[in-house]
Write a protein that binds this ligand. Structure first.
Ligand code: MRU
Length: 409
């Protein structure tokens, strides 16, 4: 493809050693991270822009390798980034938006066809609306500068500035969501000692800051009001076990991992005070698309009278998608279900699996990456601009209008 052709390597690896959860014991149901050298966030950011003498690159922490090792992927063009997005080396809605914006900046800085790169990046995964939003933002900045000055270099600089702006804004949004989310938790559950169940991974690995739902749990932990974080393992790609447990351990939180199908008995035992999840797209009617397995948790939460709280930046709200049925849910390869992959073996999204088979050869698998929770099951949506509860189309539209005013002024 013209826009991806280059005589330099497109994709590189840098490996770092990660001590694997030294503070954990596997003979206890309850796992506590110990303080010490391991209980700090990874030194490596999920994403960063670098400008070595050979030309600009986008460096990603390869999330398919965690928690076994910290390996960085170095992308030199948009097609390498598309591969990283599809394989979930870089993932999670807010980070996909940031990555998409940097991808456009990368294409521009290296002199590729920006429109073509933007189109392929925006379509790399269909459900998380942030991806297309981030791509469009950098592309618009590039176009505007090109129209104004006619200078390709200045236009590439404008795309990069837009990506950096989005990155910074996401960090700020993350902090605001954490504050608002904790205030809501304290209001709904006076007295603290929160036992929070979460699904998938929503921490600093998916954000310019500390994340969405995880950032709220982290704020509760820092305030001394988190009794336990229940971490759903999140089949089939184990974002909960591999990534959320990794982040919880490094933050020194009290957490316990459970298989997704153990959630029902946990609710029945009265062990869950609130569910906190992120979102990949929130439709205009308040329907929430998030990692598959979120909807069953919402049903369980309703039955057991437990608040079900969605935490997401305003960029995840898509007023152009009218309702849940209109959200495109990504279907992933069957081998992700029929095989178990070791974290060191990056098989997610690959053509051939390469994992350990757990089903007879030729077994067909149903593997949607997301499911959709209807608004009536969502207690509240927490954004950086405010909390929507009850979740209605009118309240969401008003929040987005307010957010646009803030952005424009
Ligand atoms: O398929 P993934 O790992 O990209 O899915 C991520 C999720 O479903 C997250 O919960 C969602 O993006 C919210 S992240 C803040």
């Amino acid at each position: 493809m013209g826009w991806s052709a280059t005589d330099q390597p497109r994709y590189g690896l840098r490996t770092f050693n990660t001590p694997a959860h030294k503070g954990q014991t596997d003979d206890m149901a309850d796992q506590y991270a110990q303080t010490g050298e391991d209980s700090k966030p990874t030194e490596l950011p999920a994403i960063r822009w670098e400008e070595p003498p050979e030309g600009p690159v986008l460096v990603l922490l390869d999330q398919t390798r965690l928690p076994a090792e910290e390996v960085e992927l170095v992308c030199t063009d948009a097609s390498a980034l598309v591969e990283a997005i599809r394989s979930l080396a870089v993932r999670g809605a807010p980070l996909l938006g940031i990555a998409g914006a940097y991808g456009v900046a990368l294409a521009a800085a290296r002199g590729f066809d920006v429109d073509e790169a933007a189109a392929v990046l925006a379509g790399a995964r269909p459900t998380a609306v942030n991806l297309a939003v981030g791509v469009r933002r950098a592309e618009a900045a590039y176009r505007a500068e090109l129209t104004k000055s006619g200078d390709q270099e200045l236009a590439a600089g404008a795309a990069l500035a837009a990506a950096r702006g989005l990155h910074r804004e996401d960090a700020a949004a993350s902090a605001a969501m954490a504050e608002r989310g904790l205030a809501l938790l304290d209001e709904l559950l006076p007295g603290g000692g929160h036992r929070i169940l979460t699904h998938c991974n929503t921490g600093s690995l998916v954000s310019g800051g500390e994340g969405t739902a995880f950032a709220v749990a982290l704020a509760a932990h820092r305030a001394g009001r988190l009794r336990r974080l229940w971490v759903d393992e999140t089949r089939p790609l184990l974002q909960g076990a591999r990534l959320t447990a990794y982040e919880a351990a490094r933050s020194g939180m009290a957490y316990t991992l459970l298989t997704d199908n153990a959630a029902g008995s946990l609710f029945a035992a009265g062990e869950v005070d609130a569910v906190l999840i992120g979102a990949d797209r929130i439709a205009a009617d308040g329907s929430v698309a998030n990692k598959v397995g979120s909807y069953p948790l919402a049903v369980l939460a309703r039955y057991h009278h437990v608040p079900f709280i969605v935490v997401a930046p305003v960029t995840t709200v898509d007023l152009d998608t009218p309702d849940g049925a209109s959200i495109e849910v990504e279907q992933r390869p069957g081998h992700e279900v029929t095989e178990i992959a070791a974290p060191q073996v990056p098989v997610a999204g690959g053509e051939a699996g390469g994992g350990i088979p757990v089903a007879p050869l030729g077994t067909q698998a149903y593997n949607p990456a997301f499911d959709v929770t209807p608004p009536e099951l969502v207690t509240a949506i927490v954004t950086e601009e405010g909390v929507v509860s009850p979740v209605t189309a009118e309240a969401l539209a008003e929040l987005c209008a307010r957010s646009r005013e803030v952005t424009i002024s």
